[in-house]
Design a protein around this ligand. Sequence first.
Ligand code: HPA
Ligand code: ZN
Length: 333
Amino acid sequence: MIKEFIEKIPKAELHIHLEGSIEPEMLLTLAERNKLRLKYNTIDEVKGAYKFKDLRDFLYIYTQGTRVLKKAEDFYDITKAYLSKVYSQNVLHAEIFIDFQTYSKRGIASEMIMDGVVSAIKGAKSDLGISTYLILAFLRHLGAKEAMKTLQEGLKYKDKIIGVGLASTELGFPPELFEEVFEEARKAGFKTTAHAGEEGPAEYVRNSIDILKVDRVDHGNRAMDDPELVKDIVKKQIPLTLCPLSNIALGNVKSLESHTLKKKLDMGMLVSVNSDDPAYFGGYVNENLIAVQKALALDAIDIVKLAKNSFVSSFLPKEKKEYFLDLINAAEL
Ligand code: HPA
Ligand code: ZN
């Protein structure tokens, strides 16, 4: 059964926003613990509100959800819940986007966030063996100056954060606005990634690669509109972290059957499957893989390739990548 094959195969998740993993039950628990009034009282009411017109509409609801996070233990609990969940799906390595900017406005210091998140990561490493990296996301709608300040804040945790990324509303906030920030980040030794071509045009993918010089692109769907860019992405083997269920939930792709994932795979693009915001978009990595397998008739060879790509596209050092690739080769599936 291909479903069991998908569930069992060792894999990495590279595109997940920590706050996007807060399940409705957790949301209600944290709201109660922090004495916060929400618009919803039941899990069904929360779920009912998770219908989005587009990325902007989603980000509004998602940001409302982040209000339940107030203390280090809240960040600890959501990180622990995410890592335990994905470990049960045979995710052996995760690279998680964290965000300081949403919280600094509310007087929540980065120290508190990092305190909770890092202790959950350490616990999951020792209890489960799962390895985790953190990527600090800049919220592009807040502009380059704020991103630069956030980078300075991130430098305090240089030993705990592997890289930086560009997230939030894409349209109207092109990558080139952040050229200086990314140059500084690269100089400081951070890996880099940027959301591009999720709702924005191929040009945003092109400029993320050429101007921001990113190591990887998040989504990158719309790169397909520019054949020269596609050739370049294949030649340079720039990883694209695809998030199929996210694309459907946000209306960026019409149907899973028309998703270009299989086309990209067949063209030799280094694509992986990720969840983006699993609590909001209908599933974690395995649900995403199972859905695209069905819609695009992927076979076991495609699934192995996607799983291998997830490690190859990661920010892990070469020897760790090889270790995980060997695990896949040796796995009895
Ligand atoms: N796109 C951009 N920014 C985000 C997303 C997304 O899907 N989720 C959380 N922040
Ligand atoms: Zn994302």
